[in-house]
Design a protein around this ligand. Structure first.
Ligand SMILES: *Cc1c(COP(=O)(O)O)cnc(C)c1O
Length: 362
């Protein structure tokens, strides 16, 4: 028997491996592998989700109007230019599918989010990586790799897994240097966590130009990863394209209802940000005291270095697993000496530090 052959590129996909959620033998698990919100979902979002139960036989509003209105109100945007998706992952895949195919290139940076090359392969396009400098997107390196075949350029800002960001001025310089035929997609999944005043999520560029799209998600600060909900803010012509290629009911009614409630619960998002502002620097300080180097991060996660030797990343992962702690190894990003930790609750972060301190003293 031989299998039917899929389109070119499909078999080059390395299937996405999500963060683990269990450890054999561990009674209590501390899951810090997927950058999920530390505080769990907002109570109001949970209630809105539950309120949909009796009408689950109804199809969702295919245009997600109430949700787009709520996003527009919260961020001061034009609802007609918002497109919602089943997670921003879906929107990444749809953008690639709509704009790139065989013979085209999808540009991203060296440690950029893994969904970009994965989606490029799925569309039969060629992923092209530009080297980073100091674990940050290097605008000049990106521009040097851009050419006549570059259909989309993705920048995760802040980037996952590095936690670094480029400034609004650098983002503008990138856009201005890219070819006119290249769509710049700014993936601002962690925008709500960033408190630096030279940062911009890309909104100004979307407003000013026809060739920039910004992606956002409800999976991180809004802590609704299980519902799959993301959105794009796009120029009218790009929103039109996304609306043509998306499924007519791509966002469930429960996700739409919970999303509206999560947006309206401003105090919840503020509390989640305040929690991160307190525990991310605390964790980085504890790591430094243990002699562990970490990258400065503006997201809700930290990349920590475990140099080759007796206390390398594999040994650390195994040690943490024995304490029921699951961070995210990132060898698939070409970062075998690093482990990414999501900022969890106070109790979880104290448990991680206790485990790491035993590991470093052993
Ligand atoms: C988590 C993450 C997303 C995906 O979010 P979903 O909305 O859950 O699909 C997108 N981009 C980056 C950089 C992320 O880290």
């Amino acid at each position: 028997m031989t299998y039917p052959v899929p389109r070119p590129g499909v078999m080059e996909i390395e299937p996405y491996v999500g963060g683990k959620s269990s450890v054999a033998g561990a009674a209590r698990v501390i899951k810090l592998s997927s950058n999920e919100g530390a505080l769990g979902p907002s109570r109001r979002a949970m209630e809105a989700y539950a309120s949909q139960a009796a009408s689950l036989h109804r199809y969702p509003d295919g245009s997600a109007s109430a949700l787009r209105e709520a996003i527009a109100r919260r961020f001061g945007l034009d609802p007609a230019r918002i497109v919602c998706g089943a997670g921003s992952d879906e929107l990444i895949a749809l953008l690639v599918k709509a704009y790139a195919g065989p013979g085209d290139e999808v540009l991203y940076s060296q440690y950029g989010f893994v969904m970009y090359p994965l989606s490029a392969h799925a569309a039969g396009a060629t992923p092209v990586k530009a080297p980073e400098t100091g674990f940050r997107t290097d605008v000049d390196a990106m521009l040097a790799k851009a050419g006549p075949r570059t259909r989309i350029c993705f920048v995760a800002n802040p980037n996952n897994p590095t936690g670094s960001y480029i400034t609004a001025a650098e983002l503008r310089r990138l856009r201005e240097g890219l070819p006119a035929h290249t769509l710049l997609a700014v993936d601002a999944a962690y925008a709500e966590y960033v408190t630096r005043n030279d940062y911009g999520a890309g909104l100004e560029l979307v407003e000013a130009r026809d060739d920039v799209v910004m992606l956002r998600t409800f999976s991180k600060i809004f802590a609704l990863g299980g519902l799959r909900l993301g959105w794009a803010y796009a120029p009218a012509g790009v929103a039109d394209v996304l609306n043509r290629v998306r499924g007519p009911f791509n966002v469930s009614s429960a996700a739409q209802a919970a999303g509206v409630a999560a947006l309206e619960d401003v105090a919840f998002a503020d509390a989640a940000r305040a929690h991160n502002d307190a525990w991310l620097p605390w964790f980085a300080g504890q790591l430094a005291a243990l002699g562990l180097a970490s990258l400065p991060s503006v997201g809700n996660f930290v990349l920590v270095r475990f140099p080759p030797g007796a206390r390398d990343a594999a040994a650390a992962t195994a040690h943490l697993a024995r304490d029921g702690i699951i961070p995210r190894p990132v060898a698939n990003y070409g970062l075998p000496d690093w482990i990414r930790f999501t900022i969890g609750t106070e109790e979880e972060m104290r448990a991680v530090v206790a485990s790491l301190s035993a590991f470093m003293e052993a």
